[in-house]
Design a protein around this ligand. Sequence first.
Ligand SMILES: CC(C)(COP(=O)(O)OP(=O)(O)OC[C@H]1O[C@@H](n2cnc3c(N)ncnc32)[C@H](O)[C@@H]1OP(=O)(O)O)[C@@H](O)C(=O)NCCC(=O)NCCS
Length: 150
Amino acid sequence: MQILPANLLDLNALRKLEDESFGKDAWSLLDLIAVLTMPDVIRLKAVEDGQMVGFVAGDPRPRDGWGWIATIAVAPRYRRRGIGRALLHACEAKLNVPRSRLTVRVSNQSAISMYQQEGYVTTDIWSGYYNDGEDGIVMEKALSNSPEGL
Ligand SMILES: CC(C)(COP(=O)(O)OP(=O)(O)OC[C@H]1O[C@@H](n2cnc3c(N)ncnc32)[C@H](O)[C@@H]1OP(=O)(O)O)[C@@H](O)C(=O)NCCC(=O)NCCS
């Protein structure tokens, strides 16, 4: 498995990955084009056998002192093999900010477990954050590549 920069040529593969990973929460085509083209966004893909099997995007906000993990997904049949964790590490390393933040559905136990294992702690609950009214958990981590995390 390799982790490589993603670009607009990955649009179709990313659409498929989003649909199979997020269902009703999948980003629109415009959102996907934006994440693959906007300046400053970190976009990395996990590639195995020449195919995209995972994706992560990060949104650095250096003036705020943190960056957001905007999305992360691994194709269902490649899960539980460390690819999600590897993508998360790679994105954190490139954010180049003191803290990393993300939101996750309260029901998304597998993702919450991964984030907890990786040192994220809950800092807030956003009530009704998702389209269907489910709450979002905001999690945060001090990054070791930043002065705060040393
Ligand atoms: C969350 C996701 C990216 C994890 O990817 P992955 O490649 O399976 O993750 P890893 O193999 O690196 O697992 C890392 C840790 O996450 C936790 N984890 C992952 N899947 C899990 C599951 N089904 N049940 C419980 N814990 C799980 C475990 O702690 C695991 O460590 P372990 O295998 O040593 O026990 C993947 O499940 C996914 O794409 N889900 C759908 C999209 C999604 O929900 N993204 C997050 C939105 S906030």
